[in-house]
Ligand binder design. Structure first.
Ligand code: NAP
Length: 308
């Protein structure tokens, strides 16, 4: 059995499969659904029972693919999906109004072919809607049995402290990797104090920390690796490569991959419950799942701390 962690009443793998890239579309380029479905099933086969998605990933495509792929094994999976980001004609817009949240959930349930979501997560804050209203609606959805637990994402410490006044928050999903940690540090203590599991997303900063890029990839401006991770060009690219080469040093001496080192560094943080790792195909899933079979030792951790 692979390492698991308890979040409320649910036992989940310490690695969750992230499915943003599996949605394909503008953010990550075309998705190969056969590979995507095979990646999802490989994850389940290897003991990854926690899967993260959102309606916005591939403009509903990620959820649709998951619904088809998991339809006979839904009950074995812990599913997280999100609300509050909607694709507009030109740009993505935020809407956390109760009506929109309610409608979004119905769409997610339909696409995911299920009648409940295990973790229903606010994707990004919406400054136009009081948090009390959004969380009030989520509490009603929880009472109705349509969601099991409430989560938030991309919340800073101030917002997280605000959120716990209105609802029992089960998870906070923020970005956290060796390269990009700002969204994590400040919320760790608040999360611990309120028994909120910290889900670290983007442990490879979109793939670059696996060490796979030896020169700048030629990605469009509207690819997630440019507009979101922002470390695939110029000085930021060089810094990321530098970190990847440190991971590679450890990886070579251990006979593992640099991606596994990057994920293990995230999981070594005592505040982190799960690393939400994206993967596009079965070999990538096999690699990230293997990160759970070993741990960084103290001298490797010191090496990474001292050479930050
Ligand atoms: N709440 C939020 O706002 C938010 C934001 C971002 C992400 N997330 C969640 O977190 C998940 C993870 O983040 P992410 O997918 O953006 O980035 P990530 O996990 O840092 O990187 C994933 C990408 O790295 C590459 N990769 C994966 N395994 C690899 C391996 N073993 N060797 C080499 N390359 C490998 C793949 O891309 P290539 O094959 O194309 O290189 C994959 O799509 C998302 O899928 C999503 O579920 C949430």
């Amino acid at each position: 059995m692979r390492p698991r962690v308890k979040i409320k009443d649910l036992e989940v793998s310490k690695i969750a499969l992230g499915t943003w890239a599996l949605g394909g579309g503008r953010d990550w380029g075309a998705a190969d659904d056969n590979n995507g479905a095979a990646a999802i099933l490989k994850a389940v086969e290897l003991g990854i029972n926690f899967i993260d998605t959102a309606p916005i990933y591939g403009n509903f495509h990620s959820e649709t693919l998951l619904g088809k792929t998991l339809k006979n094994i839904r009950s074995k999976i812990v599913l997280a999906t999100k609300c509050g980001l909607l694709a507009g004609p030109r740009a993505v817009r935020r809407d956390l109004s109760p009506q929109s949240v309610r409608e979004e959930l119905e769409g997610s349930l339909r696409r995911l072919k299920t009648d409940y979501i295990d973790f229903y997560i606010i994707h990004w804050p919406d400054k136009n809607i009081p948090l009390s209203q959004t969380l009030g609606e989520m509490l009603r959805l929880k009472e109705a049995g349509k969601i099991r637990h409430i989560g938030v994402s991309n919340f800073d410490n101030t917002l997280l402290k605000e959120a716990v006044k209105f609802a029992d928050i089960a998870v906070v999903q923020n970005e956290y990797s060796y390269l990009r940690r700002s969204a994590g540090e400040e919320v760790f203590e608040t999360a611990r104090k309120h028994n909120i599991a910290f889900l670290a997303y983007g442990p490879l900063a979109g793939g670059i920390l696996s060490g796979k890029y030896k020169k700048e990839p030629n990605l469009p401006n509207n690819d997630a690796r440019n507009f979101f991770y922002k470390c695939y060009r110029g000085e930021a690219f060089k810094s990321a490569l530098d970190i990847a080469s440190k991971f590679e040093r450890i990886a070579v001496s251990r006979g593992v991959s640099a991606a596994q080192v990057a994920i293990n560094w995230v999981l070594a943080n005592q505040y982190v419950s799960c690393a939400v790792c994206g993967a596009r195909n079965p070999p990538q899933v096999e690699d990230i799942a293997s990160a759970l079979s070993w741990r960084l030792n103290a001298s490797e951790q010191n090496f990474l701390t001292e050479n930050k």
